[in-house]
Design a protein around this ligand. Structure first.
Ligand SMILES: [Fe+2]
Length: 260
């Protein structure tokens, strides 16, 4: 269950019911980071099994299921913690934060760089990170495969602006999101836009992945741009739902909130 780019190995670590934590290890420099540590013990076990230390912890946002491992991992490995400046100012990131990030920043890790995007909506301090070259996109609870995070702090206009930012990223980006929600999202996508060519076949392919691999993450950003209803708020396909993309985005989110 891992991906490679140059000297980097990326491991998906499924935790809790449906969370993913992501571990990236640089073989050449023996440096390791984790994105969104959902738990402490399971990640310590994983890191020990691989004989990795842990240099860096990145939190996409402050929710407990993305940060619970911060304190235990920092204590065990003396890891640096980085998060958004907003979440740090609000004092809602557990552990000692070493560096804060804002939109447009670059975060260096070993010989590689992450581009940082502020993507408020799910929470106001949420950030997404794109690993340059590999085009691995870590989007926490902003973008899910075929879905988006609930609007706990932002409003539809805020989240739509965040989605437009993500839509501008390269098509070949791989979407490493915070939860495995794809098949539930797929049912909603087929319900709200049954007329999209190729959607049904795409959903079937994801069901097959789930059955054979036990997961559907990552997806390709190109497929999200085509089939994720929330990226289509300004498409004629959704125009029946409102008079502007912001209103339409809000209407899609509301329907999803009530979808059984
Ligand atoms: Fe969250």
């Amino acid at each position: 269950m891992h991906y490679s780019y140059q000297n980097l190995e990326l491991y998906l670590v499924p935790l809790r019911t449906d969370n993913y934590s992501y571990v990236i290890h640089d073989r050449a420099k023996n440096k390791t980071l984790v994105i969104d540590p959902s738990e402490t013990e399971a990640l310590i076990t994983f890191l020990n099994q691989h004989k990795f230390g842990l240099d860096l912890i990145i939190d996409t946002h402050h929710h407990n299921d993305h940060t619970e491992g911060n304190i235990g991992l920092q204590k065990t490995f003396d890891s640096a913690i980085v998060c958004s400046d907003y979440d740090h100012e609000k004092n809602r990131i557990p552990g000692k934060v070493r560096q804060t990030l804002r939109d447009g920043d670059t975060l260096a890790f070993s010989d590689y760089n992450f581009q940082v995007y502020s993507t408020p909506g799910h929470t106001l301090g949420h950030i997404c990170l794109l690993l340059e070259g590999a085009n691995w996109l870590f989007c926490g609870d902003t973008l899910f495969a075929l879905g988006c995070g609930r609007l706990f702090e932002g409003d539809p206009t805020t989240m739509w602006d965040s989605f437009k930012k993500l839509r501008a990223l390269p098509d070949d980006s791989l979407v490493f999101c915070g939860h495995e929600y794809t098949l539930a999202n797929a049912r909603f996508a087929e319900e709200i836009m049954p007329q999209i060519p190729g959607l049904h076949a795409y959903v079937e392919s994801q069901k097959k992945r789930q059955a054979t691999e036990g997961r559907t993450v990552p997806s390709r950003l190109a497929d999200e741009k085509t089939f994720n209803p929330f990226f289509l708020a300004d498409s004629p396909i959704m125009s029946r739902l409102g008079s502007n993309p912001e209103e339409i985005f809000g209407a899609i989110r509301k329907q999803k909130d009530n979808f059984q």
